[in-house]
Design a protein around this ligand. Structure first.
Ligand SMILES: [Zn+2]
Length: 499
């Protein structure tokens, strides 16, 4: 009863947040302020919309997708973003508080789950809701424009750090925050924040041509409605399914119904990703041409990025080594991390845990970006995706971000393969698959954590008894890698549109 009530409330909040996200998605890439003008306006005739034109999903359906004043078509993206945000909110609430899928710790006997309750675990819920909102906004921008606004992802990252510091459940993060890896991550975080600040200062001092910026890639407002023939049908069907899934979730008593509801929710997200991503856009060819034109420079650029990351890498490595090998440093680090003003809060430990998540996830993203760019000689895996990973690592934890990254790869390939039926494009926007990957990891947290734990135990015991087997495995991987690169290059040449 109460969970159903809270679920409904979370759903309604999600619809309203989705309505605000539409403003963010429209205004930020165009260099407009989110706060001014206060009220939403029609991009076509600039008329200020009244409150009754702004009711999430409902207004769009009542007005049959047209502006009340000029009759201009209103993109189905608006109700879609609202419905999906509501669905994402209720999904996260259901998984965390009703199904209780988040894992606290794994031991030899299996995974122990976190049993969150409100209001104690409100910071956990809030961090996840902010992450979902940011993932929806980034996915929409990535699908339509192939760009991710880092102000949006930074918001989720900072919120994740602050909320984790304010979360009165230190048992969740104490062990990880006190580890040498977390110490290394904290130092790497401070160093890279300082490097980013310096780069930002330098940019402030050298004025650039605003038309030369990313904003130049943004198509005009009128082009967004073009080629959206089947989208309205998808929205109506998607909205109805979303509502049904929500009802299933809110009232699910038998576990089987709940799983069916969760499974359907993921299907809705996946279908929305394929249909939206399958629409042909002017930016497709532009961006593809840019990547091809910059191809000869891409390997050198990847090495330059590696050099840029080196100070943070080295600083983090030194901190890691000190905490791992010098007992006095280790106990000092543990004391700092366990500092508590009241006994129930450990704010430094919480913040360090979130930072550890952000840095670990970003490092995985950088490794993939640099390795793939070096291997293919073309820019691979955008920097925006790395910012999404860092946000997820801070808001949801390092395990969710890393396993989610792993899950996102098959999701991206399946989605891209299906969208090839709609349009030929060699580019894969990675924002939506990442979002799906993180949510999937929350759902399958127990299975994922136990599998990883068993795998790690196996490798460790094999290393002790027969190290040659582990070395052989590593050797096989090293041989398999160039073969995989060759095959992927072959597929890319087959798929690529010919001039
Ligand atoms: Zn209008």
């Amino acid at each position: 009863m109460t969970t159903g009530l809270v679920g409904s409330f979370v759903y309604l909040v999600g619809l309203c947040v989705g309505s605000f996200l539409n403003v963010v998605i429209y205004r930020l890439p165009r260099g407009l302020s989110v706060a001014e003008p206060r009220w939403s306006f029609c991009p076509c005739c600039r008329a200020t919309l009244r409150w009754y034109d702004n009711i999430p999903v409902v207004s769009w359906v009542l007005l049959r997708g047209r502006c009340r004043y000029c009759g201009c078509a209103v993109s189905p993206q608006y109700p879609l973003v609202e419905a999906l945000t509501g669905l994402g909110f209720v999904l996260v609430y259901h998984l965390l508080f009703v199904a209780q899928t988040r894992v606290l710790a794994v031991s030899g006997t299996g995974a122990v789950r976190l049993a969150p309750v409100l209001p104690t675990d409100a910071p956990l819920l809030l961090a996840w809701l902010i992450l979902v909102a940011v993932l929806v906004a980034c996915s929409a921008m990535d699908l339509v424009l192939y760009l991710v606004d880092t102000r949006v992802t930074d918001f989720a990252m900072v919120a994740g750090i602050v909320l984790c510091a304010a979360w009165p459940r230190p048992a969740f993060f104490r062990a990880a925050a006190g580890s040498p890896l977390a110490a290394g991550a904290a130092v790497a975080f401070v160093l890279s924040a300082w490097m980013l600040y310096r780069a930002w200062r330098r940019e402030q001092r050298t004025p650039t041509d605003p038309a030369d910026d990313d904003a130049g890639a943004v198509p005009s407002a009128s082009s967004s409605g073009a080629g959206a023939g089947f989208a309205p049908v998808a929205v109506v069907v998607g909205g109805l399914v979303a509502l049904a899934v929500w009802l299933l979730l809110a009232n699910a008593r038998p576990a089987g119904t709940a799983s069916a509801g969760v499974g359907t929710t993921f299907l809705v997200f996946f279908v929305a990703m394929v249909l939206t991503g399958g629409q042909t856009r002017a930016v497709d060819d532009d961006l593809h041409a840019t990547i091809e034109a910059e191809a000869p420079e891409s390997r050198r650029e990847a090495l330059r990025e590696l050099a840029w990351l080196l100070p943070a890498l080295l600083g983090g490595g030194v901190a890691y080594a000190l905490v791992a090998t010098v007992p006095a440093v280790e106990s000092g680090w543990r004391t700092v991390v366990a500092w508590s003003p009241t006994g129930s809060f450990e704010p430094i430990g919480g913040a360090v845990y979130a930072i550890y998540g952000a840095i670990l996830a970003a490092a995985a993203g950088w490794a993939i970006r640099i390795l793939f760019t070096l291997a293919f000689g073309r820019e691979a895996f955008g920097v925006g995706d790395i910012y999404i990973l860092a946000a997820a690592g801070a808001a949801a934890g390092p395990d969710i971000a890393l396993i989610g990254f792993l899950f996102s790869i098959p999701v991206a390939l399946a989605g891209w393969g299906l969208s090839l039926l709609l349009k030929r494009s060699a580019m894969i926007p990675f924002g939506p698959p990442l979002a799906l990957g993180f949510l999937l990891t929350l759902w399958l947290n127990t299975a994922a954590a136990e599998t990883l734990h068993a795998y790690a135990t196996d490798v460790a015991s094999a290393w002790e008894r027969q190290p040659q087997i582990v070395l052989m495995g590593v050797g096989l991987l090293i041989v398999a890698l160039p073969i995989a690169v060759l095959m992927a290059n072959l597929v890319r040449r087959l798929v690529e549109p010919r001039e």
